[in-house]
Ligand binder design. Structure first.
Ligand SMILES: Nc1nc2c(c(=O)[nH]1)N[C@H]1C(S)=C(S)[C@@H](COP(=O)(O)O)O[C@H]1N2
Ligand SMILES: [Mo]
Length: 506
């Protein structure tokens, strides 16, 4: 193939990719306007719900909190790649283009139809318009010279316009969708009630205030976020209802105001994700405002046969945990407030479950819609058939926050500090070892409660050179954190966190 021919081939491929980009852009905007899930979002949601657990572990460990962005970019890349192939065939006619654009749109519409927010033919409208617009754009970019050669000038002007327009449409679609839902949700209007039982503000010794040490209460914007939602559900509190169903004397539903009118308490509780690696940051501590779960259940009257409490979200995510967790004295809340504000959308507005001592995947339903009481065998929650343990008590863990190799450390006296948690058991002791030295007991922050993490610190005089620091915690029952390294699946990682640094002489 000569060079000119190759250049032209490339132009046709690019035109195909741009056509798909245009179809994506139009469908983002149209989906926002008619309030349907966009095809990219719907396909992403489908992928999230259907990938094997091993792929999900890989995605979280590779991309961390950017796993969803990576998925969206991946879907867009596949689309553009298919578009490029179509572009190469377009000189023989538009049949191939119709097949691929139509097929991709149909998949988008089918996936969107599975989404709880989809309505009727809405997803198909978005799909048809997207496909027609995509093929139309491809035709427009390539037609003037399809049977000759696609001239550079024509292609630059038309291809460039399509690219810009596609980006503008997609951007507008995202912005409008976000804005529409934000306003409709009514979060800005929520006034949280005063708790009947409030917690004291952290005493001076509750936060050791060491540079680079995680604060004892993590601000909402820094709090880790893990969920299966590609687009954060923004539930309208005007229509939101919480239902309590299943093995109860009287099922009931209440609206948001009725929930706010129930007795409110405030609790510090540390949440942790089962996917948190040893030393990882998928753990956080906040002050939650909410109704005790026991009060929500008592209003329905739990029947003796009820063993498992299933929390169901607006986006049909489910958790399941023993009903006793609502009654055995641990802090279990239907929470509406986080660190003094209504729950952020990312963290479950308008209401979520918070259960001390249980990993989030079995307990912490965000965007809560229904609490269903059933038997232990009666239901498997979302992650159970995906290979995760049916019960998920949080394992005792500790983490070194400072020093860390990335920050570079000079020789001399430095604080060694971090956090340790064993929610609802509490932390009795944290020990630190540098190199082959003895285990030294660390100073602990005064705990906010037995449901929260503590900070710990020792000071160590580092000689120049390579040092390995290890930490281990002992919970209030006297059990020492498990030394054996185990992966996060199926029920949470174990092992001691170690950090190796190179200190340099000053
Ligand atoms: N609706 C919904 N709730 C959910 C999840 C989810 O995927 N969907 N993930 C759970 C998991 S695995 C964890 S670790 C916590 C995380 O809560 P956060 O994002 O507020 O930190 O939410 C839980 N609640
Ligand atoms: Mo999690």
């Amino acid at each position: 193939m000569n060079t000119l021919k190759r250049v032209i081939q490339r132009r046709f491929a690019l035109a195909g990719a741009l056509g798909v980009g245009f179809a994506f852009g139009i469908s983002e905007l149209l989906a926002a306007l008619v309030r349907q899930p966009s095809p990219v979002r719907a396909i992403g949601d489908w992928v999230i719900d259907n990938v094997p657990a091993s792929v999900k572990d890989w995605a979280i460990s590779t991309f961390g909190v950017y796993d969803k962005l990576a998925l969206v970019l991946g879907i867009v890349a596949v689309g553009l790649g298919l578009g490029a192939l179509v572009g190469l065939s377009v000189r023989k006619g538009l049949v191939g283009a119709w097949v691929v654009f139509g097929g991709f749109s149909a998949i988008g519409a089918l996936a969107a139809g599975l989404d709880p927010v989809a309505s009727g033919m809405g997803p198909w409208l978005v799909a048809v318009v997207g496909a027609v617009a995509g093929v139309g754009a491809l035709n427009w970019m390539t037609r003037p010279s399809r049977d000759t050669d696609l001239s550079r000038r024509v292609f630059l002007i038309r291809g460039g316009s399509v690219a810009l327009l596609a980006l503008a449409l997609a951007g507008a679609g995202r912005a409008i969708a976000g804005q529409i839902r934000r306003i409709a949700a009514g979060r800005d209007e929520v006034v949280l009630p005063e708790p009947t039982e409030s917690v004291a503000a952290p005493a001076p010794g509750a936060d050791l205030m060491i540079p680079n040490l995680t604060p004892i209460v993590v601000p909402n914007e820094d709090f880790y976020r893990i969920d299966t939602a590609l687009v954060v559900p923004q539930v309208d509190i005007g229509t939101w209802q919480l239902s309590v169903t299943g093995l109860v004397e009287r099922e009931y539903s209440i609206d948001f105001q009725e929930l706010l009118d129930m007795p409110m308490v405030e609790r510090y509780v540390t949440l942790s994700c089962v996917s948190n690696e040893v030393g990882g940051d998928l753990v956080g501590n906040a002050r939650w405002l909410g109704v005790p779960l026991s009060a929500v259940l008592d209003r329905a009257g739990v029947l003796p046969g009820a063993e498992q409490l299933v929390g169901i979200s607006e986006d049909n995510f489910t958790v399941g945990f023993p009903v006793e967790a609502a009654y055995d004295g641990r802090q279990a809340l239907v929470a509406v407030g986080m660190n003094g504000e209504p729950l952020p959308f990312e963290h479950g507005f308008p209401a979520r479950l918070v259960v001390s001592g249980l990993y989030g995947y079995v307990s912490a339903t965000k965007w809560l819609r229904e609490i269903n009481l059933t038997t232990w065998d009666g239901f498997n929650a979302y992650w159970v058939p995906r290979g995760w343990s049916k019960e998920g008590p949080i394992k005792t863990q500790s983490r070194i926050d400072t020093p860390r190799p990335a920050r570079g450390v000079t020789a001399g006296l430095h604080p060694v500090a971090g956090v340790a948690w064993a929610p609802h058991r509490g932390i009795r002791r944290v020990e630190v070892r540098v190199d082959d030295g003895p285990w030294l007991e660390a100073e602990l922050s005064s705990p906010l409660s037995m449901d929260t993490w503590v900070q710990w610190r020792i000071d160590h005089d580092f000689r120049p050179g390579r040092h390995t620091i290890a930490v281990r915690a002992t919970d209030a029952t006297g059990a020492v954190q498990d030394e054996q390294r185990r992966p996060v699946a199926p029920d949470g990682a174990t092992g001691w966190h170690t950090v190796t640094i190179n200190t340099e002489a000053i």
